[in-house]
Each structure stands twice: as C-alpha cells, then as structure tokens.
Design a protein around this ligand. Structure first.
Ligand code: FAD
Length: 157
C-alpha cells in the first residue's frame, strides 16, 4: 500500500529545499516530502570546494537550514533512498527500499551529475570528482597528512 503526500520533491537538493521552504512560507499546509539519495539534509555547494574542503568550517555551516527546521515546518525528509520509478499515470513514486509514495504533485529537483572524462586512467585510484559532500569527504580523507597550507592556497584562490 502506498503512502500519500500532497507534494513529493525528488532530490534533497538546494532547489528541492527552496521549493519546500517556499511552500511553507506562502502558507501551504498540505503534506510535503523531500526524497533524497544522499543521507544528509539539503546543503549548499559553494563552500565544498574551499572552506569545507580544507576543514575550516563544519558541515553545519553548509546546511542552509538548521537540522530542526524540517520537523518544525512539517516537511518530511526521506533520506538515503533513491527514487527508481515515476509512474505519472498513477501519480506514484517507487523507492529503492521498496516503498511506494503516491503524490498529488511531484517536483523533480534531481540536479546535476558529475561529467567523468572518458580517457584511459580516468578511473584510477587517486582521481577524484567533486560534486557531492561525500566526494569532498573522500578527497579530504585522501589529503590527510598534507599540510593545509599546501592545498589551501590553490583551493582558496
Ligand atoms: C564544489 C561545487 C561548488 C559550486 N559552487 C557554486 C557557486 O559558487 N555558485 C553557483 O552558482 N553554483 C555553484 N555550484 C553549482 C551548484 O551547486 C549547483 O548548480 C546546484 O547544486 C544545483 O542544485 P540543484 O538543487 O539543482 O541540484 P543538486 O545540488 O545537483 O542536487 C540534486 C540532488 O538530487 C539527488 N537525486 C538525484 N536523483 C535522485 C533520485 N532518483 N532519487 C533521489 N535523489 C536523487 C542527488 O543525489 C542530489 O542530492 C557548485 C557546485 C559544486 C559541486
């Protein structure tokens, strides 16, 4: 049996977050659910490639809303699950954990993906892409032991 929400937003992204916040700010009282495959609430990207990368700010500083905001505003965050099917005829989403969500309206806020170079060696260990918070955390881990001053200057310039 499907759970029903008035507005289902696919993508716990900056755009998804903005849509949900705007609905509440403008007085929408129906049910709103954001569904995202990442495990953290929506976050902003600009600081990922500089201040967050070099460890000078915490994760809380890249969250546009404090963690309690979503509950306070009755916006359901369904994180760590991927939408695998959108059935527009029956207005239903299928999630990769087997759940089905029926919706009144659906907003696709699925954003962008990394463009990987199709060159030999592009998939070797040590080649990183920077798109998500998880990508940046992996790069930070790989840079452990390198003095911050040596990596901060090119990243911050
Ligand atoms: C390091 C970095 C720095 C940046 N700096 C700037 C800047 O200074 N200025 C600027 O204007 N822009 C910047 N950008 C670009 C900006 O971050 C993007 O334009 C913006 O994030 C796009 O937001 P979005 O809401 O469209 O989607 P995204 O941020 O791409 O988020 C989409 C979300 O949807 C999720 N998703 C996708 N498919 C599914 C699915 N089927 N089921 C569930 N979830 C799904 C993804 O996992 C992701 O969490 C930067 C980007 C990066 C990576």
């Amino acid at each position: 049996m499907s759970e029903y929400v008035d507005v289902a937003i696919v993508g716990a992204s900056p755009v998804g977050a903005h849509v949900a916040s705007t609905l509440r700010e403008r007085g929408f009282t129906g049910s709103v659910m954001i569904i995202g495959e990442e495990t953290i609430p929506p976050y902003d990207h600009p600081a990922l490639s500089n201040a967050y990368m070099v460890g000078s700010i915490s994760i809380e500083r890249v969250l546009p809303r404090d963690r309690g905001y979503w509950d306070r505003n009755n916006i359901a965050l369904t994180l760590g699950v991927r939408v695998t099917r959108l059935d527009s005829e029956h207005a239903t989403l299928t999630l990769d954990d087997g759940r089905r969500i029926a919706f009144g309206q659906c907003v696709l806020a699925t954003g962008e993906t990394v463009h990987r170079l199709a060159y030999p060696g592009a998939d070797l260990a040590g080649i990183h892409t920077v798109r998500s918070l998880a990508d940046v955390d992996a790069l930070r881990a790989a840079l452990t032991g390198i003095p911050v001053g040596q990596i901060a200057k090119p990243l911050l310039n």
